[in-house]
Ligand binder design. Structure first.
Ligand code: GRG
Length: 300
């Protein structure tokens, strides 16, 4: 069957990102062999490349260049991959599998997995700087992208969301608490991605605001959809157990709202994401609109 235009676009960007990630560390640098292998193992393990896709699509939606967006697209994938490696560690989620493969620490050991995550996080900032070196992104924009990454991935962003999640394991009682976790742990890096794309294209302040709103709604919708897919997958795995058995184990959107209301929330947020950029403020919003539709329909 022929792929749709958006599927082709996503595959094309994903391939480009994968090839840039392969050579992200300059060949003349010396990197200990096991560290390099451990970083590459997780980087190349076959993620959806959603965040890099959003950097590129947002830049192109505002007439920016794909080449200039790619170093930043690679940077956000490095940060995302570091977060997954660390999240899988025994001290956090203690997972054995990620993206259908053994987790980093299962293959390389805990100490190397910690260091591979550290290496990816650090190298992300080098990669962002490259957008200002060979691709003509003005230093002022590069600076703003660096500030945004520290903000959205750091203590007030993704890491803060992860801490709230960890502390919430003692028992969340309010939907607002879960919303806070989702906004920071998941949505913030998505907000970063679309804003960074906008900055590469020298977006005006109101365009950045529109992209931020799109990213926040899309990020929340993405996480709620993840909760739904998780619950439906668990129910399939558990077979005879009922939905309420599963609900007792995981405090997610469906736990608070039920499946149907959670699905409606995903639809509502997706519509809000599309409305934020669809009113003419973003000159070529088509790809970003299509990506929102693809995410709401995804089944994995
Ligand atoms: C350890 C600092 C630190 C942060 C961890 C990202 C994260 C925060 C934890 C991972 C666990 C998780 C389910 C987080 C929610 C965000 C999310 C849905 C991540 C998975 O993103 P996808 O689906 O993954 O884009 P792929 O593998 O496709 O890249």
């Amino acid at each position: 069957m022929q792929n749709s235009a958006i599927e082709q676009y996503m595959a094309e960007v994903s391939e480009l990102v994968a090839s840039r990630l392969q050579s992200a560390i300059p060949a003349e640098w010396t990197v200990p062999e096991t560290l390099g292998s451990s970083m590459k193992y997780s980087l190349m393990a076959g993620g959806k490349r959603l965040r890099p896709l959003l950097v590129v699509a947002a830049a192109e939606a505002l007439g920016g260049s794909r080449d200039a967006a790619l170093p930043v697209a690679c940077a956000v994938e490095m940060v995302h991959t570091y977060s997954l490696i660390h999240d899988d560690l025994p001290a956090l989620d203690n997972d054995d599998y990620r993206r259908g493969k053994l987790t980093n620490h299962k293959v390389f050991g805990e100490a190397m997995a910690i260091l591979a995550g550290d290496g990816l996080l650090t190298h992300a900032f080098y990669s962002i700087a490259q957008a200002g070196r060979g691709y003509g992104v003005p230093a002022e924009q590069v600076l703003a992208i660096v500030e945004d990454l520290a903000r959205y991935a750091g203590p007030s962003g993704m890491v803060g969301g992860q801490v709230a999640d960890m502390e919430g394991e003692q028992g969340l009682t309010e939907l607002e608490q879960l919303q806070y976790i989702h906004e920071h742990k998941t949505a913030d890096l998505i907000v970063f991605s679309v804003k960074a794309g906008g900055r590469i294209a020298a977006a005006a302040e109101e365009q950045l605001k529109a992209l931020e709103q799109y990213g926040r709604c899309l990020g929340l919708a993405f996480q709620i959809q993840d909760d739904i897919l998780d619950l439906v997958g668990d129910e399939r795995k558990l077979g005879k157990k009922t939905q309420s058995d599963v609900k007792q184990q995981k405090v997610t959107f469906p736990y608070f709202l039920g499946l149907e209301a959670s699905r409606a929330e995903v639809e509502k947020l997706t519509a809000a994401a599309k409305a934020a950029i669809g009113s003419g403020i973003v000159p070529h919003p088509e790809r970003l609109l299509d990506i929102a539709d693809v995410l709401v329909r995804r089944d994995h």
